[in-house]
Structures are given as C-alpha cells and as structure tokens.
Design a protein around this ligand. Sequence first.
Ligand code: PMP
Length: 389
Amino acid sequence: GLADLPPIVSDSLLALIAMVNADTRSEKIDVGVGVYRDGEGRTPVMRAVREAEQRLHDTQQSKSYLGGAGDKAFAQLLRPIVLGRHAGDERIVGLQTPGGCGALFLALKLAAVVNPDARVIMGTPTWPNHPPMTRGARLEISEYRHYDADNRKVDFAAMAEALDAGRPGDVALLHACCHNPTGADLSEDEWRDVAAIVARRGLLPLVDFAYQGFGRGLEADRFGVELLLDACDEVLITQSCDKNFAVYRDRVGCLFVKAASADNASFALTHLLQISREAWSMPPDHGAACVRTVLENADLAADWRAELDSMHARIRTVRQTIAAADPRLSFIADQQGMFSMLPLSLDQVKQLRSKHAIYMADSGRANLVGIADRDLDRFCSAVVETMNG
Ligand code: PMP
C-alpha cells in the first residue's frame, strides 16, 4: 500500500530552500535558487512580457484547445533565435512543451523508442534532474568528468574520450551554453571537435538549451547548436524560454528535432505527440502565447532583446566584480551564465551559512546574480575570509 512507499532521496537544493526560509537574519543572501535576479534582488516580469500579457488579455477570444503541439506560431518564431542559420531547414520540426523539462522528457522518451539500448553519455556534474529523467526514460547513464575542479575548467580530454567511446545510437547529452552547475562552457574549437566526434561515432546529440542569451549573447550562445546541425542528420534540441523570458512558472519550452529528411521529421513528430498525449496531452498556453506575442511584434521583440541584453550585462558585471576580489576567484570572469562552483569545502560552505547567512549548494555552486548590488561587497569579503580560513 501507500504506506510501504520507499523514502525519496530529496534534491539537496530543496533542503537548501528550507534552510534559507528558516533563517530570520535580514541580511541573508540566497545564491542557491537558480533564477535571475536584478540589482535590487528581484526577479521581475520582463517589460515586453507584461505588455504582451496585457495585449493578450485585451484580444484573446477563446481558450479552446490548441492541440498537442501547442502554439505553432510560437515554435515557428523561435526558429531563427534557436536554430540560427538552420531556421529554414525543413528537416527540423518543433513543438511547444511545458518548459525545458517537458522538452527533455519528450526527447529522452523518443530516444528510448528509437533505441532502447542507448546509453546517455553525460558529463559530471550536471543539472541534478538529468540523471533521474534519463532513468525515468529507462535509459542507461554513462558518465565522464565534465569539470576539472582543480583547474577550474572543462576536462575536455575526458569529454572527447567518452564521446569517442560511444556506440552508434548512444545519446550525447550536451549543455548548449551556461553549463549548470559549473559555468564551464566549451570553446569554439572544442565545439568543433565535439561535433566531429559525435558525427563520426554516429551519436545522437541531445542539446539542453536552457539559458540562451545568458552566456556570450543570444547569437553566440547557439554556436554549438548550429555546428551540430551542420554535422549531424539527427539532433534533438531542448529549449527553454523560462529564463530568457523570465516566465519560469508559466512553463515555456520547445523541442526541436532534426531528422535525415522532412518526412522522417514529421513521422518523428507523430511519436512525440503520442508521448506527450500520454503525459500532459497539451502544453499550457499562457506563457507560450506571451512569448509568441512578444516575438511577432517588432516593438515588443526589440524591447525584450534590450532587457535580455541588460540582464546579460549584469551577469558579466557581477562575475567581473567577484573575480576581482581575489586571484583564487579570477576564473569566475571566464565562465558563463548564472552559476559557478566556488572553491570552497563543504565545511566552508556551512560556515558561510552559519556565520554570514550566505546560502549556496553543498557543492559550492552559487547563482552569482542571486546577489543584490547592495550585498556584493559583503559577499566577496565573506567568501575571501572563509577561503583564508
Ligand atoms: N536544463 C537545465 C540545465 C536547467 O538548469 C533547467 C532549469 N533549471 C532546465 C533544463 C529546465 O528548465 P525549465 O524550468 O524550463 O523546465
């Protein structure tokens, strides 16, 4: 019966949230949660999204069902942003999903239908939801070391070796940009090597693209995606608008699937619709309708782009400030996105919590834009003091 259910090993990030909530000190700093915060420490609704919501409210005549692929214009308008020079490729189909998670769910389930014996080759550490989602799709995991923590960079030799040892049909799970949790992204040359290996070994690349615009910029962040599309006949891209449109709770994402022909792609789409039919039937509309409204209106699209660029600029500024605080933190300026792993032991992470009310994951992963401008100096001195012991 239900009483016999085994205990869940809970995500340690959820335990961290409980710890932050329980701390009553007003000066507490939360760098655990993975959402963008502005200089005031807020996660606001973006201007263009707010305006799109208003326009939708004023004009939407019906909330009748849209069908399993969701808002088709939404997926269409994302193509130039996500696929770049491949936007017009008819061998690529896209469908709206409930967030990046929904896209990953479909991608992994589809991969399991295509090849139940596929292993999913993934680097460690990775986003903590990747392994359970892979196991949920009944696929085997094959791990390699993505991050060389001593040298604060990608262990590219390990990555290349692991991909080269892949069997044809194995899935290569790759972070497009802003690696979560390490912030350590591939260089352009490393992407070229990865694309060549993946193509040569006949692996199926599954690119998790959750932070476009937060790394080197909207166009530059799709560098690896475009290369893989150049090199491979079959590619899965799981996209999320939850971060770059700041619509987290509205669950906005898209799955793009490239097949060897347009026919194969539309046939794959019938499978995806069957899988999503069993899981959620249709994706929630509101957030995707807002994103679509932003992208189909030039004024809103330009304003979204400007606000996203200013978020990107804040990420860079915060990184540079922390990097300048101590030579041991200088690597932070070279990394991308919201997260980096600070060079701290578990004891030091705990000390930051008790002594300074600064909360980060046990691993030392910190969301650097979780720090409001007013707290940045205090954060830097607390980390340096703790590193000095
Ligand atoms: N992939 C990665 C690497 C992520 O960090 C996240 C969100 N934390 C997701 C996918 C899923 O994003 P969403 O909230 O859109 O489901």
